[in-house]
Every structure is written in structure tokens, then in C-alpha cells.
Write a protein of this length. Sequence first.
Length: 685
Amino acid sequence: MARNVYVTSLEPGGGKSAIALGVAEVLSRRVRRLGVFRPFVRVEPDPVVELLRRRYGMRHGRGPGYERAAQLLGGGRRDELMGEVLEAFHALERDCDAVIIVGTDYGHDLAGHDEPALPDELSLNLRLAAELGAAVLPVVRGDGRSASEVADAVRAAYYACEELPVLAVLANRADADLRVSLPAGVPVYAIPRLAAIAAPTMAEVASALQATPVHGTTEAAMSRDVVDAMVGAASVPTFLENLRDNTLVVTPGDRADLIVAAVAAHHAGQASIAGILLTLGIEPDPRVVALVSRFKVELPIFMVRLDSYDTVAALTGLEGRLRPDNPRKVMAALGLFESHVDFTELAARLDLARSDRVTPLMFEYELIERARADRRHVVLPEGDEERILRAAESLTRRGVCDLTLLGDVDKIEQRARELGLDLGSVRVVDPVHADRWRREFATEYTKLRAHKGMTQELAHDLMSDVNYFGTMMVHTGRADAMVSGAVHPTADTIRPAFEIIKTTPEVKVASSIFFMCLPDHVLVYGDCAINPDPNPEQLADIAISSAETAARFGVEPRIAMLSYSTGVSGHGADVDKVAMATKIVQERRPDLPVEGPIQYDAAVDLTVAATKLPDSAVAGRATILIFPDLNTGNNTYKAVQRSAGAVAIGPVMQGLRKPVNDLSRGATVRDIISTVAITAIQSQL
């Protein structure tokens, strides 16, 4: 069986970049050293290579340029060309466990314009796959074809490659219900067209048309998708009646009425347009620009010298490309691939043993898969925060969990429109106006806190707070879990959880951990967020809870109880506390490997461990590091995160009856996605 995959279209427009991305997703979960190779390149940096390199940290290589390839092929020197490609490929392959090879572009440049193609590209790609020892993944174009035509194309692709190992045949932008059987059990996958992937962004439109910016060219605005174009030539009422979401308005620069109407409609939420393109090289009146600016919307406006007809013609056929700086499209493409391709089957057809190392991406992708396998409902109280909205879109597109956002419904929907986000099935609830739930929650909270003097009136007021409302949703079973903290301090997230959900009977103290994703392994740090100065019993409780949490997420527990002293080399109250906590862990859970007191270097470095604790089963191999106090733990995790480039996922709460997790206020969209996935998994257990 082959270890390398050759992704090739059989014609222009196959969309192999999205397929290469999906294949990289599959392989990155199984191998540590993954490479990407392009036999021929048109430009440097190559966009497909750059996408995979930056997202997955892949090694990369390339053969000669297209001009060189065409010259050698035209001169009948095919073997010489093959030699140059093979030399470059094997230089890369020596450092890789598997390589994704992305085939030729079939006479298309990066903007989609026709360029001279290499002679007999299909034959060339198949010859290269054979020479490079790769399984072939042919990609068939589904656009503009009936189901029977796509089925015929799939069969033709298979038989064109039948002398090679065929991994699968993939029909891209095709009917998802495609049914085709191929010999030898070769699977056929059909991936439907998704406008969010194929549509160009405003940045790509502006670049293709060499447009001049007029207004609103923020990064968020320029990432908006252009699904359709509408020429503004009618009266304002007719224009507004036909305005649709994700439409690019094309109109002459002197149509002040349509410019203002389009911006006002976007601001009011009538239609979330992609942008405005002003034609004929006419600059809008400065007074119009000033008026538009007062709406304070992130809506890009550009100017071109073409007339409206030529502008629309230039837009026809322009497609978006997957780029590393557009995570929305990347997430949409991955979500589509994951939904329609059997990852397990695809990986099983390759000769790949799963790596015993765990990279951050491997860990994060395992979280996504586990969350998707048993879909749960998570409530996010900070519904109008941009990072939360972007994470919600990605989580929904990848089918990770069901979501409820809390906050002002109009404000959340308007903000999502401004950002050009598609929240799909995400539910939005405003605690202030959810009268029935709010009354029920207030009654329940009054009962829970009666011993503290809580009244129905005070409880009703408190239920307008998004964190209390979200926690009550979890408590009453309207949601399985909650994640908050992107804009709220930790206390605002965990206080309602302690008051309402409370800890499990066997846990004496609620605590937290961070999953610290280092380049080739994952460590667990606890407690770095909740308990300032735990006593020995609490510290032991934190260690046991951390071991249980780690095991649930695939990290084999080996506990290091950290101190400034290793073994019996030091003395003092702090060392004694750790020694006592270690003894309690050993008594309560003799099945858990634990060592302490131990210094950090002796816990994680085998060389140091061999000197300080040569007979320890944990020293040098610790996976769970328990800090003696919050000051030490919080500073250490942040130092490792910032200085070592580790991905810190958490804090993940443990010990609560139902999962509620806190975000760092500096959390990125990626952090939020991982934390929500972890929280969803916790609710499965």
C-alpha cells in the first residue's frame, strides 16, 4: 500500500485545493511529519502549498516551473523532466512520513484565467503518480453536470487510473446523493457545492479588478463573500426590493441615491450586502462618502474604471481560493469534507500507522471528532462578541455541537451581518425578554439560595445577567454545557456555576486544568486558574481530578506534584505541603503513578530525572503537572504559552456536576472552538 497521495483533477475547475486540504486533515491525525509537494509551480509562494504549510506546519517541496516543464516536454525530453521532479520529491520525502502531492493546474493561472497548458496533462499526472509511488485521488468536477454525467465522469476517472492504486474517486461540487459503484471496493465520495467556499471575497474581487478603495476596507469587511452581483440602475424602491444578502452592488459612482440606499439597507439589516463597486471611474461626492461614514458599518466600497456591463463580465467565473489568511473558508471547506468523506475508510486505505506523538493539531482534531460523534448543546452567553460569533460559525459548519447565543437578538444578528457570518441553525435568546424562562429560573434560583436570603424579586433581576441565565439553562437541561469568559472575568463565569450547579459529591474542591499543546505532545497543568493556595487535601483532590480529566481526553496520567525541591533534598512548609498531598493521592488512588515533591525539570526531562530520581516511574515522563499554588501555576502556563509557542486550551473546569468552562479574555477564535469542543465532550461523559 502507498504512503503518499497524489491529488489530481482530470480537467480544469476540479477544486483540488479544497480536496488537498481535506486529505491533509485526515493524514495530520495519523502522522507527525507530513509533507506537501508540487511537481510544477507557476508562482512562488504557491497558494496550495502555502495554505497547507501554514495550517499544518508541513514540510514542502516543488519541482521545476511551468515554463521549464513546457520547454522540456516540447523538446521531447520528458524523461529529463521526470528526473528533475523525482530528485526534488525524494529530497522532501526523506524527511516525511507521508507526502501529499498536488497535481497540475490544467492551464489555469491563479486568477482563473486560461494559460497555455502542459501537453497531455492527465497522462503526465498519472505518470508522475506512478514514478512517485503514490496512491491516486482523482477529483471529478460536478459543476454544470447532471447526476448521470457525474457518474460517467467518476467511472472514466477510475478506469483512466486503474493501473495505479486508486485511493478513492471524489466528485467535487456534485450532488451529495451520487451513487456509483467501482471495482475493487474503491470508494466514491460526493461533496456538494457550498457558496461560502466557491464565492470570492471582496479582497479577491478588488484584486482581480484592480479596484481603488473608497470606504470600509477593514480586514473583516474584505473577507466578506460575494455570492452574487446586482447592477444598480433602477429607482430606489425597485433596487431595495431586489437587494439580497451577500450581493455585490455594481453602480456608477454618481448614483448617490443607490449608494446611500444600499448602505442604509445593510445597516438596517434588510440585506447583508457584500460591498459596493462604483463604475466608470466616477468618484462619489465627498458629501455622500461623509454621510455613508456616519452609519459606522464595515462595508467595503471600491471604484473601477470599467462600465457596469464590463465589470459584471469580469466578475463572471471569478472564484474564491482557499487561503491561510481566511480561516472562515478553510473551516467551511473542512466541515464540508468531514461531512461527506469517511475519514476512517480513507485513512485505512493508506499504509499509515498512527504516530505515538500527539501534536497540537492532532489533539484539537480529536476533540472535534469526539464532539461530533455525540452532538451536544452548548450555550455561549457572550453572543455579540466578534470572536464568539466567528467561532459559532465554524463550530456550526463543522457540526461540532448545537449552540445557543445569549444577548440582544437584534444586536447579535446585526453584528453577524456586518461580519458577513452565516450562523445557520444557531439559536439566539435574549435573557431580558425571555419572560417565561426568566420567571422559572428565578423561582428555581430562589429555592437554591434561600439559605442566603435570596428573594424572588432579586432572583428575577439577576436572571437578566447572561452568565446566570446560561448557567440556569444548563441546570434545567435546556443546554448540556456552557462556555463564557471572552469578555467577562473568571469570577463572573464560575460564581453562578458554584452557586447553581455545584460540585460532585466525591470532589472536595472544584479546580481547573490547561491542556498545554507542545510541538509533539500534550501536557496537563493544574490548577492555574481557580484555587489560590490549596491545602494538602485540596491539592490531592486537584491531582486526582486532573488525572481523571486527562484520561478522558486520551492523555495517560503520570502525575508530578511540583515543588522547588525534588525528593528529600529540600525542607520547608511549601515542600511539606506537596509531600503530604502526594501521600494522600497514593492512599486514595494507588493505581495512579504519582511523584512528589519534584521539580519541573526532573518531571519532564529524562536526563535530569536520571540524576535526581533514577528509579521513578514518573520522573522525566510526567504528563500531569500539579502546581503548589495559583501564583506558580498561572505564571508558568503563561510563560510556556508565550515563550515556547504552546497552544494553551483552557481553563477546563473539573469537579462540577455539569460542565461550565471559562475562557481567557485573550482567547482566540481557535481557542474558543477547542474549549467548546472540550466542554461538549465533558457533557457526554
